[in-house]
Design a protein around this ligand. Structure first.
Ligand code: GN1
Ligand code: MG
Length: 342
């Protein structure tokens, strides 16, 4: 469906904008509306987010709490429809939402300097820090068991049993690598059963392109993509930052020799995280920084490989085997993370 159709629901006239696709997310369709005032318009993927009203209610709860306790904090909420709703539904039942476009802002797909890592990690960690104290009962999962490694592993096993022999053959090497890292699932299960991880409000999609940067100063302005703002463990956010910050190339890179660990970037992001969250983390949690990176890199490899085995039904792809390429990239990164002394 063309984005023009939905603009009147937000009181906007399509004739006043030039509309182009933007962003590099794998789930939603995102558009920039360029006009005398510009906006970001997004169509939510309702096959992934089956209860989009939960996204809206979690964001509303967080926004209310932050306005009260940290009024200076920039929390990018959406612009309401003319009926005062957070989302407008099109004829096919897809929800759309509108955000202000922040002038001179950019997103990046790779970290170039330690300063960027520090600044971005500060913003992701600050979100959890500032939401410390909000009642978790007010929030619901927008996707159940989203970063539950045990469950993702089970889905992978299910896909192995049900895939085609052709896909199984193509993926054989990556499959056996994924099987060989099963000990990370055992470690995760042990942490959960010991109850050492505290539930907090986490962002749950802290990849580097979910930070808005000032194009000139290269300082982080705010976090974006709050669809998975919900109760979670700090290792999810810290781990996804490690996964997407430390390598100079992102998960789409096919040349695996380029997937390397940049210690200066790791140190910068870790020190930013400590600065925000040290007082809140317990002593066991503080020992889990390296595990966080490995666990989140592994879960993404499993999810990408599972999607490949299932016939590319979840993530957006633009060419055949893209999910397998992504999974291989993430397994290489996991090998690299395992080799570090930290
Ligand atoms: C998806 O939409 P996007 O690209 O920000 C995914 C994340 C993965 C990421 C991998 C709802 O995020 O969990 O980490 O791709 N989001 C969902 O790049 O599945
Ligand atoms: Mg996302």
């Amino acid at each position: 469906m063309h984005p023009d159709i939905i603009l009147p629901s937000f009181g906007l006239n399509p004739a006043h904008f030039s509309i182009s696709r933007t962003g590099s997310g794998y789930i939603h369709a995102t558009y920039k509306l360029t006009g005398s005032v510009s906006y970001i318009l997004q169509r939510i993927n309702k096959n992934v987010f089956k209860q989009p009203h939960i996204i809206a209610s979690n964001i509303r709860e967080a926004s209310t709490y932050l306005k009260h306790h940290h009024p200076e904090y920039l929390f990018l909420s959406c612009i309401q429809t003319i009926d005062g709703k957070e989302m407008a539904y099109d004829d096919e039942g897809f929800p759309w939402r509108l955000f202000p476009f922040i002038e001179n802002s950019i997103t990046i797909d790779e970290v170039a300097h330690a300063d960027e890592a520090f600044s971005a990690a500060t913003e992701f960690a600050r979100l959890t820090n500032y939401l410390d104290g909000v009642s978790l009962k007010l929030f619901s999962p927008t996707i159940n068991q989203f970063h539950d490694l045990n469950w993702r592993y089970q889905q992978f096993e299910h896909a192995l049993k049900n895939t085609t022999s052709e896909r199984m053959n193509e993926a054989a090497e990556t499959v056996s690598k994924c099987l060989s890292y099963k000990h990370l699932v055992d470690q995760y299960n042990k942490l959960i059963s010991l109850g050492v991880l505290q539930l907090r409000i986490t962002h749950n999609d802290t990849k580097i392109n979910n930070i808005l940067f000032n194009a000139i100063t290269r300082k982080a302005i705010c976090v974006i993509d709050l669809d998975t703002l919900m109760p979670g463990y700090f290792i999810y956010d810290l781990g996804d930052m490690i996964r997407t910050f430390v390598s100079p190339v992102n998960e789409e890179e096919k040349d695996l020799s380029k997937v390397v660990f940049r210690k200066s970037i790791y140190d910068a992001l870790v020190s930013a995280y400590h600065e925000q969250m040290d007082e809140k983390l317990n002593e066991t949690e503080k020992t889990l920084f390296p595990f966080a990176g490995m666990m989140m890199t592994y879960i993404m490899a499993l999810r990408m490989l599972t999607d490949f085995l299932e016939g590319d039904v979840y993530y957006q792809t633009t060419y055949p085997k893209q999910n397998l390429i992504r999974a291989r990239n993430q397994i290489r990164l996991l090998d690299v993370l395992m080799d570090q002394s930290y």
